[in-house]
Design a protein around this ligand. Structure first.
Ligand SMILES: Cc1ncc(COP(=O)(O)O)c(C=O)c1O
Length: 433
């Protein structure tokens, strides 16, 4: 058979957004001795295989003792094909009530294979025809851009601005799209410690955002995997708590549980008018789509996350006390370490933001940052980070790089910062001459 031609395959396969992850992984693979501030992976030191066994047993006991299943029923729940919308929806609803004071009908929850599948399902449902477009606060997580490419839904950027989202630009973008004959369906936003910017929307801006969304008739897609990793008191409410069915929540247990389970969810309690005066929740439509993508989320993985929730009184805040502390420690070590190693940053034209939570810090430098420069940083300085242009989608180099503080130990951070400071100083001096 002759080789297939890339140009004869789906356009997304040639899209730089889909190639981005591959490239970043490949560089990390080629320079294993480099200290990497690149991946937004959770801390690994607390992973314990025994937890998996215990969580599974805890969930099994829950099926029998709390749900009243007999032995055959509990066995079937774990081993068989299962309910398309999932088997831990009630535990997720309790988790949202416990940690966020968000009260939703468990039937409006679809348990998915990571937040990634939830994004794909929601965009697939919303993209009815070529006029439908998504608005997204830019810079934007590549997972949503990639999912949009798969369903051929254009993504129109909305400026983030100093506060995390520029509402005037949101209104203007929605109106511009409509004037061009397009139909903006939703705004994607990460309101707490965003990936990649680290920005958090304050309480007032959240209310105003919801008002603009209502005026412009937009759904909000709220994605919030890093929300818990900041101060636990005095958190602004989630958009879901404030906005009710104006908001679809995209949930992930990748950072608050662990990514190996690949468990996420969508809360989609929006009524869908199916004619004859009947409505059914959007979750049921997402479930239909899911039945043709992953059939159901693996019950074994759901059981492990279910056990984790049960053992911590349905609270991920309680389940993550050690992790919250580690991420705070790491963040402070990186911020203090940058200041100590780059005392003349201002003169060099180097600065960085100081997020109060989450995994990510953005460093602004006086030179363009592209993939070739990352490669040089890996080869010559043995330190990795993520070029920010990947989060803008058009491949143009930007003077920003993203550091992730989540995965490294204190010794690795010190070593990595020594190398990073050397890299930045060298290149800033070259740029200045
Ligand atoms: C903004 C954002 N959403 C979602 C996810 C995780 O999604 P998943 O649950 O598919 O691992 C990430 C992980 O990097 C992320 O940064």
């Amino acid at each position: 058979m002759d080789p297939l031609r890339l140009t004869d395959l789906h356009g997304s396969l040639a899209d730089p957004v889909l190639a981005a992850m591959e490239f970043l992984n490949e560089v990390a693979h080629r320079y294993p001795e480099a200290v990497s501030f690149a991946p937004g992976r959770p801390y690994e030191e607390f992973f314990d295989v025994e937890d998996l066994h215990r969580y599974l047993r805890t969930f099994h006991r829950h099926l029998v003792e709390d749900q009243g299943m007999d032995a055959a029923g509990a066995r079937r729940t774990l081993f068989q094909y299962g309910r398309t919308k999932g088997i831990i929806h009630d535990l997720i609803a309790r988790n949202l009530a416990e940690d966020e004071a968000v009260h939703v009908d468990p039937e409006s929850i679809v348990v998915t294979v990571g937040a990634q599948e939830a994004m794909l399902l929601v965009l697939r449902a919303l993209r009815a025809d070529p006029h439908d477009v998504l608005l997204a606060v830019s810079p934007v997580y590549v997972g949503i851009t990639g999912a949009a490419r798969l369903v051929e839904m254009p993504v129109l950027p909305v400026r983030d601005g100093p506060a995390g989202v520029d509402l005037d630009d949101l209104t203007a973008a929605a109106r511009r799209a409509r004037a061009a004959g397009l139909r903006p369906r939703a705004l994607y936003v990460v309101p707490d410690f965003a990936n990649p910017s680290g920005a958090t929307l304050d309480r007032r801006l959240r209310s105003e955002l919801l008002r603009v969304a209502a005026d412009e008739d937009l759904l909000i897609l709220e994605d919030n995997p890093y929300r818990l990793f900041g101060s636990t008191d005095d958190r602004p409410p989630t958009l879901k708590a404030l906005g009710g069915d104006r908001v679809v929540s995209l949930g992930s247990y990748a950072k608050t549980g662990f990514p190996g389970a690949r468990i996420g969810y969508a809360v989609a309690d929006q009524p869908v008018d199916v004619g004859d005066g009947h409505t059914i929740p959007l979750a049921d439509q997402l479930s239909r789509l899911k039945s043709m993508i992953t059939v159901n989320t693996p019950p074994i993985a759901q059981a492990v996350i279910g056990g984790l929730l049960l053992e911590h009184g349905h609270s991920l805040v309680k389940a993550n006390t050690r992790e919250i502390e580690v991420y705070r420690r790491n963040r402070e070590q990186v911020l203090d370490g940058l200041a100590a190693r780059l005392p003349d940053a201002h003169r060099l034209g180097v600065r960085w933001n100081s997020p109060a939570g989450g995994f990510f810090i953005v460093v602004t430098v006086p030179f363009p940052v592209d993939d070739a420069l990352l490669e040089r940083s890996a080869r010559e300085h043995r330190v990795l980070w993520t070029p920010m242009h990947h989060f803008y989608g058009d491949g143009t180099a930007m003077p920003h790089l993203r550091l992730s503080v989540s995965l490294l130990t204190p010794d690795e951070i010190d070593l990595g910062l020594d190398r990073l400071a050397e890299f930045i100083t060298d290149h800033a001096r070259q740029a200045g001459t």
